[in-house]
Design a protein around this ligand. Structure first.
Ligand SMILES: [Zn+2]
Length: 107
């Protein structure tokens, strides 16, 4: 397991999260404002990306529809995180909450 730390502008969070989370198998995601509150800090613990054959979020091919900041849906690498969880964690466009996300232990 390893940790990824990211600092980015608030509007970039969904795009950055999708790119990074689609490249690994996330174990947990936490986000906080930076000390000056101008940007967002993302702390992701993850494992190297494995097969998504048993993933509940995609159909074997490792791809899922992702809502872009422009409001379109595009096929992107699956993050293994469901839409409601992405929304709660503040990782979708327009999301207001920042709840920590933890991979369910039965995954
Ligand atoms: Zn998947």
């Amino acid at each position: 397991m390893f940790e990824i730390r990211i600092i980015c502008d608030h509007p970039e969070v969904p795009r950055v999260a999708q790119a990074v989370l689609g490249a690994v198998d996330a174990v947990s995601v936490r986000s906080y404002p930076t000390r000056d509150r101008a940007r967002t800090r993302l702390y992701i613990t993850a494992e190297p990306r494995a097969s998504h054959a048993d993933c509940p979020e995609c159909d074997l091919d490792g791809m899922t529809l992702w809502l872009t900041p422009q409001g379109r849906e595009e096929w992107r690498p699956c993050t293994g995180i469901g839409y409601e969880d992405l929304l709660a964690a503040g990782l979708t466009p327009g999301a207001r909450r920042r709840e920590p996300w933890q991979r369910p232990t039965d995954h």
